[in-house]
Design a protein around this ligand. Structure first.
Ligand SMILES: Nc1nc2c(ncn2[C@@H]2O[C@H](COP(=O)(O)OP(=O)(O)OP(=O)(O)O)[C@@H](O)[C@H]2O)c(=O)[nH]1
Length: 590
């Protein structure tokens, strides 16, 4: 079916199919670029959310230090530490509020559970603080151990209750851009390391304040937490391996190793050694905090740098995705435009000229030469084809003209070969050709047919007296008279010299006789004026014969000749009808 289809239809079918294919491909490319762009657009706020959440977590953990410490001290003993607690509470409130506001502003349904977590953390924090403040107002000995424990539990719950919010936000961030997962995992591990670092430091708060050795529970907690710290550090190193070429991150990781794992943890190891023996630490809780806490700063610094790097990477990817999206859309549109242009060029410069050329060839083959052949507009193969069609048209026109001329010439020759040059009547040969036909019809269908043989009387005398040319003139006049007296269906010929033959189909002898008589009278009464002005009067004799049972035309003419002979013999200027059958009786009219 495809092979039988017209070129025009095939062209449109292929064009539409290619166009659809093209649109699908472009749509696919643009939509996948759009997906990348959309994902990268979402990953930036997701990282910022995680940043704020990790900061809030850090601040929450930081609130535990002064809280734990004050629970072991008299209400009036440490005014500076109360100020530190207020500052820590203010910082964690501010961090939680910033996170909540940021989450609420994004108005993403997916973040609703996280907002709920933040709100419940804020609530739990407020309750815990109220309980703690009641205890801190009492002297140490009046503080109920169970109540202190309950506050410590509430602090831990407020902290751990916030963890699901971080997990959920980390999940959203990783899902928005899986390429960032290593860095984000590294930041999360750094955040956990910061928590553990705080908790391992807190192990020494009570023993340092009480100047006592570590309990076995504290020794166990220290050992477990130090193991977790080295595991977390290895984890961070592993996750940040893809960024080992980044000098800033590398320096921050080295700082964690040197300042915290080296100096910070080294300081705690010293306290641990003392705590396992004498419990004589030689420093206050405040001094311990001042010496230990600044060394932890390298950890959140690393976390923040990693998150900043992730954010920058997400921004870069977003810009790149936007560029690719615009480029894919523009290139797709340009490619589509080029495709449409190409099809248009093929249609206008190849297909249409071929179809036009086909029509032109058909019209040339049909000899319809009035079809206008357009002039070639381009100097290409189609232009050559158009020029060739022009040449073919010229050749065809010339050929047709020649054929016409040839046919006209053949017709002229035919006429000439049938015509007597002097009188313009049929000649003897043409008379026989056409007369045989009429004779055959009469013979076959038993139809009437009459033959008149006429001879100008004493024509030799005309020639002799006026000259041969005058004789010719007379013969032309006689021929004209014969022409005027014969019907269209009759055959009129110059039989030879001054003899004329008339064949009258469907005419019987008496009608033929009458016609001959009429012609005889016309000749007899005609004054034939010669070029020299002389008037010549001629007469003619007629032999009339009707077809009966003649075998051929010659015998019919023979009988007419006999009648003519008789007319001549009887005195000329008369009509003699040949007798019917075998009768010798003739009709003579003069
Ligand atoms: N001018 C001219 N003369 C012709 C032509 N053909 C024949 N003739 C002449 O016609 C004459 C015929 O003469 P004849 O046969 O003797 O007959 P006639 O003089 O007509 O006498 P009858 O027939 O007996 O009446 C001859 O002199 C021919 O030369 C022709 O085409 N032109």
């Amino acid at each position: 079916m495809l092979f039988r289809m017209s070129l025009n239809r095939l062209f449109w079918l292929i064009s539409i199919l290619l166009m659809l294919l093209f649109l699908v491909l472009i749509g696919r490319i643009v939509s996948s670029e759009w997906a990348v762009y959309e994902r990268s657009t979402k990953s930036m706020p997701a990282i910022r959310n995680l940043q704020l959440a990790l900061l809030a977590e850090e601040k929450l953990a930081a609130e535990r230090g002064p809280g734990n410490s004050l629970l072991l001290q008299e209400p009036d003993a440490a005014a500076k530490e109360f100020a530190g607690l207020d500052q820590a509470r203010f910082a964690s409130d501010r961090a939680l509020a910033s996170l909540r506001r940021a989450l609420q502003m994004q108005a993403v349904p997916q973040l609703a559970p996280v907002i709920a977590h933040v709100a419940s953390t804020e609530q739990a924090l407020a309750t815990m603080r109220k309980e703690m403040d009641l205890l801190l107002a009492l002297p140490v000995r009046q503080r109920d151990v169970a109540a202190v424990d309950a506050v410590l539990q509430m602090m831990a719950r407020a902290d751990s209750g916030f963890a699901p919010a971080i997990v959920a936000l980390a999940d959203v961030a990783v899902r928005s851009d899986p390429q960032l997962s290593d860095g984000l995992e590294g930041a999360l591990l750094a955040s956990s390391l910061r928590n553990i670092a705080g908790r391992i430091g807190a192990v020494f708060t009570a023993p340092v304040i009480a100047h006592r050795p570590l309990t076995s529970q504290e020794i166990y907690a220290f050992s477990r937490l130090s193991g977790e710290i080295s595991q977390l550090y290895s984890g961070i190193e592993l996750q940040l391996r893809p960024y080992q070429d980044n000098p800033v991150l590398k320096a921050a990781l080295d700082a964690v190793r040197d300042r915290y794992l080296g100096a910070g943890l080294g300081f705690l190891n010293e306290l641990f050694a003392i705590g396992r023996s004498s419990g004589d630490y030689g420093l206050s809780a405040r001094e311990m905090v001042v010496r230990y806490v600044p060394r932890m700063a390298a950890i959140p610094h690393l976390r923040d740098l990693v998150l900043a790097e992730m954010l920058q990477q997400a921004r870069r990817q977003n810009r790149q995705a936007a560029f690719f999206l615009v480029a894919a859309t523009v290139l797709g549109a340009v490619a589509l435009a080029i495709f449409v242009l190409l099809m248009q060029v093929i249609r206008l410069r190849v297909l249409r000229p071929i179809l036009d050329a086909t029509d032109l060839f058909v019209s040339l083959a049909d000899e319809r030469f009035n079809t206008v052949i357009p002039m070639p507009r381009h100097d290409d193969e189609i232009g050559v084809m158009m020029r060739v069609i022009h040449v073919l048209k010229a050749h065809s026109l010339a050929k047709v003209r020649l054929e016409k001329q040839r046919e006209e010439m053949i017709a002229q020759l035919q006429t000439l070969s049938d015509t007597d040059f002097l009188t313009g009547l049929l000649n003897r040969r043409a008379f026989f050709a056409q007369g045989e036909q009429q004779f055959g019809i009469a013979q076959r269908y038993r139809r009437q047919l009459t033959l008149i043989l006429m001879d100008v009387d004493h024509f030799k005398t005309v020639n002799d007296r006026y000259g041969h040319q005058a004789g010719d003139q007379v013969l032309r006049v006689v021929a004209d008279l014969c022409r005027r007296h014969h019907r269209k269906v009759d055959l009129l010929a110059r039989y030879g010299g001054e003899e004329f033959l008339l064949m009258l189909p469907e005419i019987d002898l008496s009608q033929g006789f009458a016609a001959a008589e009429k012609l005889r009278c016309a000749i007899d009464s005609c004054d034939c004026q010669l070029d020299g002005g002389e008037i010549v009067n001629v007469t003619a004799s007629f032999g009339v014969v009707a077809f009966e049972c003649d075998n051929d035309l010659e015998s019919l003419i023979g009988r007419a000749d006999q009648a003519l002979y008789q007319a001549k013999h009887s005195g000329r200027n008369m009509v003699v009808a040949a007798p019917r059958g075998k009768s010798d009786e003739t009709i003579i009219f003069a």
